[in-house]
Design a protein around this ligand. Structure first.
Ligand code: MG
Length: 377
């Protein structure tokens, strides 16, 4: 497929954007979506991703993915797909880099624990938290809270949303009430996320020794591409063989997604962004690739995410999050002054959730020690 440099008419374009909540002068040398991307990179929440768990806790090894390297891999894959389809790659990159900003420490275990702690106070959802960070919590500008991003960037960050919450969000939540699809750029980020983590979790899982190449020979996506790599380089073994296999898997998924998406766009006669919103999901894999992905995902769920060594980490993570939440709820004076102030404006439970969600893995462990270890006083 040739690379298209011109935006297709159904791409999100700056000229048709719904702009920013707080109007600002146009940037001098960048596009508006490039400015969004840059604001995300300079945010505090983005830097924190370096010390937040994807699957492995940060200190378990220096070579494992963190949320930061994961987000960069998602942005790379998403940007390549967007460019090849003639879509807005600056917007795509901005959404991809921001998609995990709202994650708690300790991956999904942390999010589930915090959601349970917040059950009676409106819940906690990392995707909504990403939006809350860019709309409200970042403190970088004199004129406004948050990053004041373009409407389409914010809409792309908001992947899912319950109807009750969607009504509170006004224009941004409207698509969840009227059952409309997000932009193609946002749809790409969703699938690029999946391509990135399925493949890097294979790589990290093998590196950690929690899964083995022998187990993966039963998984067709891996087996097929390992056989290809061996056919091309018969003497290849070890890490280099794994890397040659994983890069082929990524390439196959991206190539499959490109041709299937282009076919769906043509089949639905999509001409405008409004057509994208009304159509069924347009970015996707062929049925065959979908089946192979499902097989790989269930393998990872059984063998990696539920591995006893990973479960030990997630159990500990849950305890840390729940202990911290309970300690702050029982005495809000233990919170830093900034969080106490936010609590007076928006309710203490939400301010506590913001504080805990913002922690890196190691900060949460340290804070737990400071509050609970007797020797630390
Ligand atoms: Mg992600």
């Amino acid at each position: 497929m040739p690379v298209v440099n011109e935006l297709r008419p159904y791409a999100v374009a700056e000229g048709r954007s719904r702009g920013r909540d707080r109007p600002e002068p146009r940037p001098k040398v960048r596009g508006e979506f490039q400015r969004d991307r840059d604001r995300i990179i300079h945010s505090t929440a983005f830097r924190r991703l370096e010390y937040k768990t994807q699957v492995f806790v940060n200190h378990e090894g220096d070579l494992f993915r963190t949320r930061l390297t994961h987000s960069i891999e998602v942005a790379q894959i998403a940007r390549s797909i967007a460019r090849a389809l003639g879509l807005n790659d600056d917007l795509t990159e901005a959404i991809a880099l921001a998609h995990d900003l709202g994650h708690t420490p300790f991956g999904h275990a942390g999010q589930d624990a915090l959601n349970e702690c917040m059950a009676e106070h409106g819940g906690f959802e990392h995707n909504l938290q990403s939006l809350r960070i860019v709309d409200r919590l970042e403190e970088r500008y004199g004129a406004f809270d948050g990053l004041n991003l373009m409407f389409e960037t914010r809409a792309g960050i908001l992947k899912h949303c319950a109807p009750a919450k969607a009504r509170e969000l006004g224009d941004l939540g409207a698509r969840f009430i009227h059952d409309r699809r997000p932009s193609l750029e946002a749809q790409i980020c969703n699938l690029a996320d999946e391509i990135a983590y399925n493949n890097h979790d294979v790589d990290d899982g093998l590196r950690a020794g929690l899964i083995t190449q022998e187990q993966l020979t039963g998984i067709s996506l891996f087996a097929r591409h390992a056989a290809e790599a061996c056919a091309e380089f018969p003497s290849l073994a070890g890490r280099r063989l794994i890397h040659e296999t994983v890069r082929r898997m990524i390439d196959a998924q991206v190539t499959d997604l490109l041709s299937e998406t282009a076919a769906r766009i043509a089949a639905h006669g999509v001409k405008t962004c409004a057509d994208v919103e009304a159509a069924p999901p347009l970015v996707g894999f062929t049925a065959e690739m979908q089946a192979e992905n499902r097989e790989l995902k269930s393998f990872l769920r059984e063998r990696l995410y539920r591995h006893y060594q990973v479960l030990r980490m997630t159990t500990k993570a849950r305890r840390i999050i729940c202990d911290l939440f309970a300690a702050f709820m029982s005495d809000a004076r233990l919170l830093p002054p900034q969080s106490q102030e936010l609590g007076h404006q928006e309710g203490m439970p939400r301010a506590i959730a913001d504080y805990i969600a913002g922690m890196t893995d190691r900060y949460a462990i340290k804070e737990h020690r400071r509050l609970f270890a007797i020797g630390e006083i």
